[in-house]
Design a protein around this ligand. Structure first.
Ligand code: ATP
Ligand code: MG
Length: 418
């Protein structure tokens, strides 16, 4: 049997780097006062259609949707976290008293063509600030990211920034875009033709190289922006500059989901080939209301964990395994019973203990102990058990094995580990 195409096993060697990553991420989020939230992997299909937008890559062709065979409900494996997070916040009234800083981490599912940095099950850390209107929270989220890259030892990521303005300017821009693309209809691919009237902004997001020149010459939203959106965007930039964050304004940055407005940003690296965006997000002031809540402005972002880890690995980063402290070798009935007791009590003292399981001669057990990387072996035969003592043998340092009384065993091991 094989795993589903585009869905990966993360084997123990690699999982170590995931654990290291998750630890850094958790401390980083705590440092900014974000609180963890966990949503189901499966949601009603309607949630994503409503939140992400019907005419988007995700909803049109990337969702794993199915019918619940018991009751006929239309369900979808979540392709992203923002919609679920907002749904959960509304369902449980989290925005009633105060704004919320929330984060989550977990698998997302999109039916895409698998390639390096693009999978069908992939993982995101998502960060959502719900109920914040000012440019300070946009800037804080970007500053946060910069701190994380440092904490992860990631270099060569650049920040791209844009503003999508508000509803009125988008409407004006939309009309100009349609007029422009209508003039060049013969150069539009099938996707673009289909979206010309339903979602022309999405055409700017095309990955079709043949259309790049056309897209580059399209009317720019920045020329349509209202005063307030401009002020908001300038305030975000002012904070970034003050905090020493370099950025590039990319007027073509539109993001592939419908819910964004005003500030949008992407962190991009040139070191992962075509799949260079490691983190993306922005403001989505209309989403809460659109999903049936009292209007509440919001801002968030998500990063692709596989891409971040690939970048760390590019840099030669590895997570060193936590070495075992003790390997417990035992033979005989009394010895086994004592081995259990010793192993559990050393674990009470905070040590990493591997107790030999599966029997075998002393010699073969010692071979396993040597190969385990443990600092020492605790060897117990029935003689030792009768004497309430064990043999302690250093495995990483030199030194002979010696008989040690149980009472002083933890102390003797600590000296060996030091
Ligand atoms: P792309 O343009 O690469 O398809 P996107 O705009 O669809 O990205 P978002 O929905 O903004 O991506 O997701 C945020 C981040 O999640 C991306 O920047 C990327 O790092 C990661 N990501 C998205 N889709 C995948 C995938 N299929 N496999 C791995 N990582 C992904
Ligand atoms: Mg995509």
């Amino acid at each position: 049997m094989q795993a589903v195409k585009g869905m990966n096993d993360i084997l123990p060697e690699e999982a170590r780097l995931w654990l290291k990553f998750e630890e850094v991420v958790r401390h980083w989020l705590e440092a900014y006062g974000y609180r963890n939230i966990r949503m189901p992997l499966v949601e009603p299909t309607a949630l994503f259609k409503r939140a992400i937008g019907e005419v988007t890559d995700i909803v049109e062709k990337e969702m794993y949707s199915f019918e619940d065979s018991l009751n006929g409900d239309q369900l979808t494996l979540r392709p992203e976290g923002t919609a679920s997070c907002v749904r959960a916040a509304l369902q449980h009234n989290l925005l009633y008293n105060a704004p919320q800083r929330l984060w989550y981490n977990g698998p997302m599912f999109r039916h895409e063509r698998p390639q390096k940095g693009r999978y069908r099950q992939f993982h995101q850390v998502g960060v959502e600030a719900l109920g914040f209107a000012g440019p300070d929270i946009d800037a804080e989220q970007i500053v946060m990211c910069a701190r994380l890259w440092k904490g992860l030892g990631i270099r060569d990521v650049a920040l791209q920034l844009n503003t999508l303005g508000d509803a009125a300017s988008r409407q004006r821009h939309r009309e100009k875009l349609i007029a422009y693309f209508e003039q060049h209809k013969d150069m539009l691919d099938a996707d673009a033709q289909r979206r010309l009237y339903s979602n022309p902004l999405r055409i700017l997001d095309t990955k079709n190289l043949a259309m790049q020149e056309l897209v580059a010459g399209a009317p720019k939203l920045i020329d349509e922006l209202e005063e307030e959106a401009i002020r908001h965007f300038e305030a975000v930039q002012a904070i970034l500059t003050r905090q020493g964050i370099a950025y590039e304004i990319n007027p073509r940055l539109v993001r592939g989901l419908d819910y964004y407005n005003r500030t949008v940003f992407e962190w991009v690296t040139t070191r992962l080939g075509a799949q260079g965006t490691i983190c993306a997000g922005g403001r989505y002031d209309g989403l809460v209301e659109q999903m049936g809540g009292k209007p509440a402005p919001a801002c968030g972002f998500a990063m692709g964990i596989e891409r971040l880890l690939a970048l760390m690995q590019e840099d030669g980063q590895v997570a060193v395994p936590e070495a075992l402290d003790v390997y417990v070798v035992h033979q005989g009935e009394q010895a086994e019973s004592m081995a259990w007791q010793v192993a559990e009590s050393l674990r009470n003292d905070g040590m990493r203990v591997l107790m030999h399981c599966g029997g075998g001669s002393f010699k073969s057990q010692m071979k396993k102990a040597d190969g385990s990387g443990a600092a020492c072996a605790v060897i117990i035969g029935d003689n030792e058990a009768a004497a309430n003592a064990v043999m302690l043998k250093p495995l990483r340092k030199s030194g002979e094995q010696r008989l040690v009384a149980l009472q002083v065993l933890p102390q003797s091991i600590h000296e060996l580990i030091k």
